[in-house]
Each structure stands twice: as C-alpha cells, then as structure tokens.
Design a binder for this molecule. Sequence first.
Ligand SMILES: NC(=O)c1ccc[n+]([C@@H]2O[C@H](COP(=O)([O-])OP(=O)(O)OC[C@H]3O[C@@H](n4cnc5c(N)ncnc54)[C@H](OP(=O)(O)O)[C@@H]3O)[C@@H](O)[C@H]2O)c1
Length: 192
Amino acid sequence: MADAAAAPIDALTAEQGLTDELAVGAGDQVLITAGAGGVGHFAVQIARILGAEVVATASPQHHEFLHRLGAAVVIDHTRPDWPDQVREVTDGGARRILACAAPTLAGAARAARDGAVIATPVHAEVAGRPGGQHARWLRYDGQARGSRPDPAGPVVRRRFAVGHRAGPRTTGRTPRRRTAWWKRGHTGARSP
Ligand SMILES: NC(=O)c1ccc[n+]([C@@H]2O[C@H](COP(=O)([O-])OP(=O)(O)OC[C@H]3O[C@@H](n4cnc5c(N)ncnc54)[C@H](OP(=O)(O)O)[C@@H]3O)[C@@H](O)[C@H]2O)c1
C-alpha cells in the first residue's frame, strides 16, 4: 500500500519537472540524472511520451532497464567523468536537465551547457549550492504553480491513470520495492 501511494508522488514530481519547469516538448533532448530512481524512471517514460530524446544516468546494472523504458543513451554515473560523457553525446552540454538525486547535482552542473536549465526536486537542505552559475537552477517541490487547470498533469493522468487529491505533499521516502518491481520488467497498472 505504501509503495502504491508513493507511485503517484514520484510520477507527478517527474511530470512537473519536465513540463512546468523544463517545458520539454517533442524533439527536445533532456538529460535525466539518476534515471533508475523513483522519480527518474517515471521521468524517462514521461519524457518519451512528450516526444523528447532521453539521455539518462544510472549505475551499470540499471542501464538495460532504462533502455527498455526508452532512453536513447544511458551513462554510468558511478564514473567520475560522467559529465564529460554527457557533454560528448549532447554536442557540448545538455540544455534541459532533470537532476533527480542529490549526488548527481554537481555533475549535472558540469554536464550543462551555457544557458542550460536544471530542474531538481531534491530538497534545498540536501541540495545545498551545487554551483554551475552558467546554468539556471530551478528547485521545485510539487507545489502547484497555478499555471494549468489539471493538477495531476495531463500526461500523468492520461498515461498512468493517477488520481489526485489536493493537500500537503509528502516527499522523500524511497519506494524501493516498487522500483525493483518495475526493474523486473513489469509495466502494467498493478503492483505486487
Ligand atoms: N515533491 C517533491 O518535492 C519530491 C517528490 C519525490 C522525490 N523528491 C526528491 O527527489 C529525489 C529523488 O527521489 P527518489 O525517490 O527518486 O530517490 P531514489 O528512488 O532513492 O533514487 C535515487 C537514485 O539516485 C541514484 N544514486 C544514489 N547514489 C548515487 C550516487 N552516489 N551517485 C549518483 N547517483 C546515485 C541511484 O541510482 P543508481 O541506483 O542507478 O546508482 C538511485 O536510483 C530525492 O531527493 C527526494 O527527496 C521530491
């Protein structure tokens, strides 16, 4: 039950970052760091639904999983030079970045080209000041901006059939079992 409850939070967080913050659309390229995490694995799928090309980062054991979800390129973020690899495959640096885990924030700044936008749901007290003055950081926390009539977000509502209730956001718990379930290849609507 707890895992099921976490899924919409992660999905909505991913969708908000990609749409409200980064304005990702068809034909865009987006870097999603920690793409195999709770937020990240939804972000990879939602970015693909939006028509974007996805460059993701993850540990090697999650690369196949992310390719199956639609990532075009997956880079090993356990290697210290991963931001340089991102710069190579993105022709000089990523323009739009969803940085989905605190340990990837500094690397995200290094992977960003001048004028890039980096959105992150990592809480401010954890995120600190990751640097990267050449890029614009957007930290967001799931609070509605009032910019759209459907609070669940059109992509999440359509594709994942997620319900939404107004109220305080809960954040931070890692839905490990649910993520493991996805990694085993299940993509249906029911979790174990
Ligand atoms: N509304 C909100 O404000 C909101 C909602 C949800 C989440 N969040 C925040 O979003 C962040 C992500 O949450 P989550 O649930 O997606 O977390 P998660 O499921 O624990 O995923 C974290 C990912 O980080 C990667 N990682 C761990 N250590 C790393 C390291 N040293 N270097 C690089 N990557 C590393 C792991 O990837 P690999 O296993 O592939 O290495 C893992 O998949 C958290 O800070 C959370 O608090 C905010």
